[in-house]
Every structure is written in structure tokens, then in C-alpha cells.
Design a binder for this molecule. Structure first.
Ligand SMILES: Cc1ncc(COP(=O)(O)O)c(C=O)c1O
Length: 432
């Protein structure tokens, strides 16, 4: 099929992956079900859940300088910090912000920049952002007396155009925040090009990117992108809830921020760290590296290289699944061909999309569509104007709302076909 339409794993390999997740296609109480709401919190890797539980069983303080406490601190807190920075973010310097959620990381980093940097009179973000990134800029722009500017999405593509961002940026812009991929349209933004072009206007501009929805689908590279802040949420990336992580560049790391006075200027952790969260995230990294190793020559041992290969394979598998969802096969029609089904912000070039589809069915309210799927064993979720998490986003996309369908790389041909057959049944029952 080639890179443009993705490259599906063999059925055997795909099945060996979904087996590593808890409740893959099976809910312990409800029985067979497809979990196609991974954008709201992904399937969990069994190893990640077990690693977290195993570490939680120890009472030892990870900040001790001897015994098990020291061992846990070194292996999981220091080791995990290095692993997340270098392997996931691809960082060569900078610092890690750890919090209870990705939103908290975002607010802290944006706050440190806008309160700590004295130059500039305006800030730029987009109407497509999740409230966590959008409102962080809005809040601190108001607090520091800066103008707050919002770039609209392109409703025809579902993304943010580089040229459009540039219309809102000038030499007095302090910070530009654009998400790496949309949690509703699935579009991937060209963060590298946005950074390059805004720094042509002013090389000092701080660039922030919310990668919460991109991290589980593709490679993040903060060095290549040239960003100052980038975050992700482990619970949306095969891992556990209760933590969020952000990379901050060296120049952001040492800006004034809440910290213990005697700690180094670039330390952002406040209070005792949680080894179990690091252990769970390291288990996710191990899993991705194993996928990389499966496809690479065994002489490759560099963890970042393995991780990049693993995420690239995941990305290609997901593009293959996306293509199958949209086009179907000779036996099972795809979303583009089922009477009554609407695919919102659909574009030909699937290299610009992560595996998230916004769709609707003519003649049906979004909530009833979700219910109809649930009754047939498929979990999806509606993103509608009544929700504060969705209104601004669906408005800028020019859509009435959407059913968000988000499978994961560990799903395969069978699951996509099952979803398509159920969709055709629901659309037909609605009179289409
Ligand atoms: C794109 C995006 N950014 C940020 C967040 C917020 O993540 P958290 O709830 O972990 O703060 C979400 C959650 O849905 C999201 O989709």
C-alpha cells in the first residue's frame, strides 16, 4: 500500500500487540466490545498497570540515599525523567515538568513564560486548541496585560495553516501556542514549519505545542521542531492516569517558577515524586521500543532509535486502519461510501491525519449515535457544542458536532470491518 495509505501489520503481529493491553476487545462485565474512544483515554498496557501497582506496594521514600528508597529513586525517578525527556521527547537538553495532568503542566509552563518574560505585548494561540492549552494562554495573557489572539482553523481541511498563524504573529508576540494534532479532527499541524516561520518574525518568540493527542500516534521531536514547551498525558498514551509530563527548553526551565528555594533553578518537581507513574511510562516506552526492535536489525540498541522506529510503525499501521475505515474493502463499504454517513473535515492526504475520525449520520442526534454504537458493543463519544471542551473547536471547524471515532494501532482489519458493518446497520436503521 505504501506510506501514503499506511502499512498494516500482519494479523498475527497485530493480535500479539492487543493481547498486551488490558481488556483489549473484551469488557469484564459487558463482554465483547470495541474500545474506539482512545482519544478520551487509551487502552492500558498491562505491563504499565502492573509496574505502577508494583511500585505503589513499597513504602520507601524515593529521595533516600541508601537502600530500596535510593534504588527506586535512581531507577524510576532519575531513570524515568531521562527516559521521558530523551526517548519520548527526543530532547538533548531542557527539563521535565511533572504534574497530576497534562493541563497542569501546560498552565505552569505558559505561566512561567508570560510572567517571567518582560518583553512583548501579545500572545497567539488557535481556536482548535483543547481548553487546557487555549485557556492557559488566555489566562496568563490577561494576567500580564497582553493581547490574546486566536487563529481560526481551516474548515476545509480541519487543520491550522502555517500562513494563517503568521497573520496573527508580529515582532511583539511573546508566545505562540499551536497543538501538534487535533483531538477532534485528527489533523497533524506542521509545528516545525510554524516554529521556523514565526522565528523569522522574531527569533525570541516562545513556541509551545500541546502534543497530548499526537504522542500516542507519532514521533515527537522537540529538537527538530524547535519548540520551548511540549506535553503529553500518559493515560492517553497506553499508560496510567494521575500524571502529566512536559518538556521545557533550557531557557524556559530556569525562568522563575514555584520551587523549593534551595533546589537548582531548572527543577520543576515540587514534593515527593511518584515512582509508580515513571515506572508505568517506562513500560510504555519499552513497549514502543520492542515494536521498533521487531522491525530493525538486532544490532540497533539505541533507545531513541528504537522508539522512533516503533512510533513510525505505529503511525503507518494507524494510517492503514484510517484508510480502511474511510474506503473499506470490496466486501465492506468504508465511511465515505455508506449512505447517510458524513465524514467531517475529510481530506485525501492521510499523511496529515492521526487515527481520529469525526463523523455523523444523517437524521440522528450525536448522543443517539453514540448510544446506538454502545448497544452494538462499540464505545465512541460525541463531541458537541453543549460541551465546554468542544464548542469552540467544532465552531471553528464549521461542523455541527461530531462522533469522534478513535481506534488504536493495536486494532486490526477485523475490528475496523466490524465497526463499518455496525455503522452501515445504524445508518440504515435511521432511514438512510
Ligand atoms: C489535545 C488535548 N490536550 C490536553 C488535554 C488535557 O489532558 P489532561 O486531562 O490530562 O490534562 C486533552 C484531553 O482530552 C487533549 O485532548
Amino acid at each position: 500500500m505504501g506510506k501514503v495509505y499506511g502499512e498494516l501489520f500482519s494479523d498475527e503481529y497485530q493480535k500479539s500487540l492487543i493481547e498486551q493491553f488490558c481488556y483489549g476487545n473484551e469488557d469484564p462485565d459487558y463482554g465483547h466490545r470495541l474500545f474506539f474512544e482512545n482519544s478520551g483515554g487509551s487502552l492500558r498496557l498491562r505491563r504499565a498497570v502492573e509496574a505502577k501497582a508494583a511500585l505503589e506496594a513499597f513504602p520507601d521514600c524515593p529521595e533516600r540515599n541508601r537502600g530500596r528508597g535510593m534504588e527506586i529513586g535512581q531507577k524510576y525517578v532519575m531513570g524515568g525523567t531521562k527516559d521521558i525527556l530523551e526517548t519520548v521527547f527526543g530532547a538533548k537538553s531542557g527539563a521535565l515538568v511533572t504534574e497530576l495532568s497534562a493541563s497542569q503542566c501546560m498552565f505552569h509552563a505558559v505561566g512561567a513564560i508570560l510572567e517571567g518574560v518582560k518583553w512583548g505585548t501579545n500572545t497567539v494561540t488557535t481556536l482548535l486548541e483543547h481548553p487546557s492549552a487555549h485557556d492557559a494562554v488566555e489566562y496568563y495573557a490577561a494576567k500580564t496585560g497582553r493581547e490574546f489572539r486566536e487563529v481560526p482553523a481551516n474548515p476545509a481541511t480541519g487543520g491550522i495553516e502555517v500562513e494563517e498563524v503568521l497573520k496573527y504573529v508580529d515582532k511583539d508576540t511573546t508566545l505562540v501556542s499551536v497543538m501538534a494534532a487535533s483531538n477532534i479532527s485528527g489533523n497533524i499541524m506542521d509545528i516545525k514549519e510554524i516554529t521556523r516561520r514565526v522565528r523569522e518574525i522574531n527569533p525570541e518568540i516562545y513556541v509551545v505545542t500541546d502534543a497530548v493527542q499526537h504522542a500516542p500516534h507519532a514521533v515527537i521531536d522537540v529538537e527538530d521542531w524547535g519548540v520551548d514547551v511540549c506535553n503529553f498525558a500518559p493515560y492517553k498514551f497506553f499508560g496510567v492516569r494521575g500524571c502529566g509530563y512536559a518538556y521545557v527548553s533550557d531557557r524556559v526551565a530556569t525562568l522563575p517558577h514555584p520551587k523549593l528555594t534551595k533546589k537548582d533553578a531548572n527543577v520543576w518537581a515540587l514534593g515527593t515524586p511518584t515512582p509508580g507513574n515513571f515506572a508505568a511510562t517506562m513500560a510504555v516506552i519499552d513497549y514502543v521500543c520492542k515494536i521498533g526492535a521487531h522491525f530493525l536489525n538486532e544490532t540497533v540498541t539505541d533507545r531513541r532509535t528504537l522508539f522512533v522506529e516503533g512510533m513510525t510503525r505505529i503511525h503507518n499501521q494507524e494510517r492503514g486502519l484510517l484508510f480502511r475505515m474511510l474506503e473499506g474493502t470490496e466486501e465492506v463499504p468504508g465511511l465515505r461510501h455508506i449512505p447517510g454517513v458524513e465524514v467531517y473535515t475529510d481530506i485525501e492526504d492521510l499523511t496529515k491525519k492521526d487515527l481520529i475520525v469525526a463523523m455523523g449520520i444523517k437524521g440522528m442526534e450525536f448522543a443517539s449515535i453514540s448510544e446506538a454504537y454502545l448497544a452494538r458493543g462499540i464505545t465512541v463519544f460525541e463531541r458537541v457544542r453543549a460541551s465546554i471542551y468542544s464548542k469552540r473547536i467544532v465552531d471553528t471547524l464549521g461542523i455541527p458536532g461530531a462522533i469522534r471515532v478513535s481506534p488504536l494501532h493495536c486494532h486490526g482489519r477485523e475490528e475496523i470491518d466490524e465497526y463499518l458493518k455496525v455503522t452501515a446497520e445504524i445508518a440504515k436503521a435511521a432511514g438512510n
